[in-house]
Design a protein around this ligand. Structure first.
Ligand code: HEM
Ligand code: HEM
Length: 186
């Protein structure tokens, strides 16, 4: 049985698409105070992110037998941190848009995606809830930012301290070696 040394194409494409969409929406979110006109775009991207995260989760389960082994040994602190960061990523990628959706409902608006469709209201209008959910949405967005920093620092640390380049494992376009997923068991 060949060793799997990189992530399947579908996993890597969804990883980079969501990395761009999430980072972009963090930046747009922080611009909303000065640019009210960006709020519709922010909500639309956020709802698209929610849909893409659900697809990513289903795809990850579908691909679970074809994923490369962690670069960190099971049982080490590094493996523990890596697993925790990846799980927290999935929790926040779902929680942030859900909180934004509920905050929008509590403020008395419908959450719509690029004018194509509107999501049903999850909660009734409430000034207190709107404030609370807005704060939770902001707090979790800071959490995601910190996690991205930790994630990138971990990848850089492997490069610097272990001279191990992890990045190609997640790149869709790097050349496929003999250990590529094409040889992975079905
Ligand atoms: C999924 C990715 C999303 C990210 C990364 C994100 C991030 C952010 C950030 C960083 C802010 C600024 C918070 C602050 O001022 O401290 C913000 C504000 C806001 N977001 Fe999102 N958001 C996302 C999705 C959504 C969705 C799906 C909706 C609604 C459908 C939404 C509605 C809002 C609203 C209404 C505000 C203004 C909050 C306020 O003024 O209290 N967001 N978002
Ligand atoms: C919002 C931004 C990001 C999120 C949410 C995110 C999330 C994740 C998650 C959950 C995984 C585990 C594999 C999976 O389930 O798909 C992963 C792996 C990976 N990410 Fe990110 N990521 C982000 C940004 C980045 C950036 C900026 C880089 C570039 C340095 C990067 C490089 C990688 C690499 C190389 C792996 C594979 C690690 C391994 O070898 O096992 N990610 N990412």
């Amino acid at each position: 049985m060949e060793k799997i040394s990189r992530y399947p194409l579908s996993v890597s494409l969804l990883h980079w698409l969501l990395a761009v969409a999430l980072t972009g929406n963090l930046v747009i979110g922080w611009m909303l105070d000065d640019r009210e006109d960006l709020v519709t775009l922010h909500k639309s991207i956020g709802i698209a992110v929610l849909g893409l995260v659900l697809i990513r989760l289903v795809n990850r389960v579908r691909m679970r037998g074809r994923l490369p082994k962690s670069v960190n040994k099971v049982g080490t602190p590094a493996h523990f941190v890596e697993t925790a960061v990846h799980r927290l990523f999935y929790i926040l990628m779902l929680a942030i848009p859900l909180l934004g959706w509920m905050k929008t409902n509590a403020a008395g608006h419908a959450a719509s995606c690029f004018g194509l469709f509107s999501l049903p209201a999850l909660i009734p209008r409430s000034r207190e809830l709107s404030h609370l959910l807005g704060q939770l949405h902001s707090l979790t967005a800071y959490g995601l930012t910190a996690l991205i920093g930790l994630h990138v620092a971990g990848i850089l640390a492997h490069r610097v301290f272990k001279t191990q380049n992890i990045l190609p494992r997640m790149l869709p376009l790097s050349p496929r070696g003999s250990n590529s997923q094409a040889h992975a068991p079905e």
